[in-house]
Design a protein around this ligand. Structure first.
Ligand code: GAL
Length: 414
């Protein structure tokens, strides 16, 4: 009898450890241009300690989650969640998935893994709801940087502009020389939204921009008119086919020596590196004039949906993402800085090193276009308003739409 019981337990053990190996479905929108390379490096490292776990890469193409977010929502609402998914820190996580009760809190795991004090409190605050932490931040990007093609920039004798007038002069010089001054690829709308939010910071100021999204200041200020005028003025400098291009296509115009400037998040530097460019040698960067004191924050995080089919593996994945090793493996490739504050600086290039420094000294302004500052309906309305403005030039309509959206979102419109 005893023998029988022992063999039964042995079978059970073998079965359960085989079961624990199982699968792990990871959902993201990282499918190319530095992003996929970073994700695959993470998978490889995870597999070193979990060789029997089969990772299912459920990435859905489309920058900034253009297509992925809709697929994810359908799956979550249909009770078919992946084991873990990419989601931006801030309202994209909290209002969409946490408030609606679809996520498991991770606070106890953060304690168990001993990582609570390894992340900046401000970042943990925006992935928390009612005192509980709901996701693991894997990276931080800066979204108010203008990258430039150094060869043409030097050939034209340009200097990094520090104010708007200098920037416009530089754009004119580039245009006269026959290059595209400002590369834009707003096929998926958000790159124009991202440019607009940076211009908002430049016009409202970083502190006031933050107040808008805390409901402490009205949107309807002269700064809004100026921001709308400015983005429309910039259309004079875009590539003509901007509405047909993705963000990668636009960044690539720099690499192909067709364009000089491109405002994009740090993922563009990851992309340029995978094309073979070296930061500081082949491309330079500066903050969009007027935003020098701000750090437009975009942070990717992963959480644990309720009903994750392979919950144990998902927890292993999340613990892994919280480690310094995982963050220092992923971010130098992806073109982002670690969300943890104890990075191994030797792993980061000149651009990312300066970004790490800036992250701790500048005013953090959460991105609208990338889901941190506002809820989804505001983002959609803003991106739509800006894209219509770029083609029609009708700033008063754009203003009206943004004020209505602010009102709908419970922010102070007037
Ligand atoms: C952002 C995301 C980045 C990068 C970018 C372009 O929303 O946070 O990780 O993927 O989109 O796809």
């Amino acid at each position: 009898m005893k023998k029988l019981l022992v063999s039964f337990l042995a079978i059970l053990f073998v079965f359960s450890s085989a079961f624990a190996a199982g699968e792990l479905e990871i959902f993201s929108w990282w499918t190319g241009g530095g992003e996929e390379e970073g994700l695959l490096a993470l998978f490889e490292l995870f597999k070193e300690d979990n060789p029997d776990v089969e990772i299912i890469n459920a990435a859905v193409a489309g920058g900034a989650g253009t297509n992925a977010k809709a697929v994810l929502k359908t799956r979550m609402l249909g009770g078919n969640p992946p084991d873990s998914f990419q989601v931006h820190a801030g309202m994209e996580l909290t209002t969409t998935y946490v408030v609606t009760g679809m996520m498991e809190p991770l606070t106890d795991y953060f304690d168990e893994w001993g990582v609570k004090d390894k992340f900046p409190q401000g970042l943990l605050d925006i992935v928390s709801y009612k005192g509980d932490i709901y996701s693991v931040p894997v990276n931080v990007h800066r979204g108010n940087i203008v990258f430039y093609n150094k060869e043409i920039f030097d050939e034209l004798g340009l200097k990094e502009p520090t104010n708007w007038a200098e920037f416009i002069t530089a754009l004119n010089t580039v245009q006269e020389a026959g290059y595209v001054p400002l590369a834009m690829g707003d096929k998926n709308k958000w790159p124009a939204g991202q440019l607009f939010e940076a211009i908002m910071v430049s016009e409202y100021g970083a502190e006031e921009y933050n107040k808008l999204f805390r409901g402490e200041a009205p949107f309807d200020q002269v700064a809004l008119d100026r921001a709308l005028d400015k983005i429309y003025e910039l259309t004079n400098y875009f590539n003509k086919d901007h509405a047909a291009l993705t963000w990668q296509d636009a960044t690539r115009l720099l690499y192909d020596n067709e364009a000089v400037f491109n405002l994009m998040g740090d993922w563009a530097e990851g992309y340029m590196k995978t094309l073979g460019w070296t930061p500081g040698e082949d491309f330079g960067w500066f903050e969009l004039p007027g935003t020098q004191n701000s750090f437009m924050l975009i942070s990717d995080t992963f959480g644990l949906p309720k009903g994750a089919p392979n919950r144990e593996n998902a927890i292993k994945w999340l613990e892994f993402l919280s480690t310094r090793e995982a963050q220092d493996t992923f971010n130098p490739i992806k073109g982002s800085i670690p969300a943890r504050t104890d990075a191994d600086m030797s792993k980061y290039d000149a651009y990312l090193t300066s970004t790490i420094e800036d992250f701790s000294t500048k005013i953090i302004t959460p991105s609208i276009a990338h889901g941190s500052a506002a809820d989804e309906s505001f983002i959609t309305s803003m991106n739509d308003a800006i894209n219509i403005l770029l083609t029609t030039g009708n700033t008063s309509n754009a203003k009206r739409s943004i004020l209505w959206a602010a009102e709908d979102a419970g922010l102070m419109a007037y």
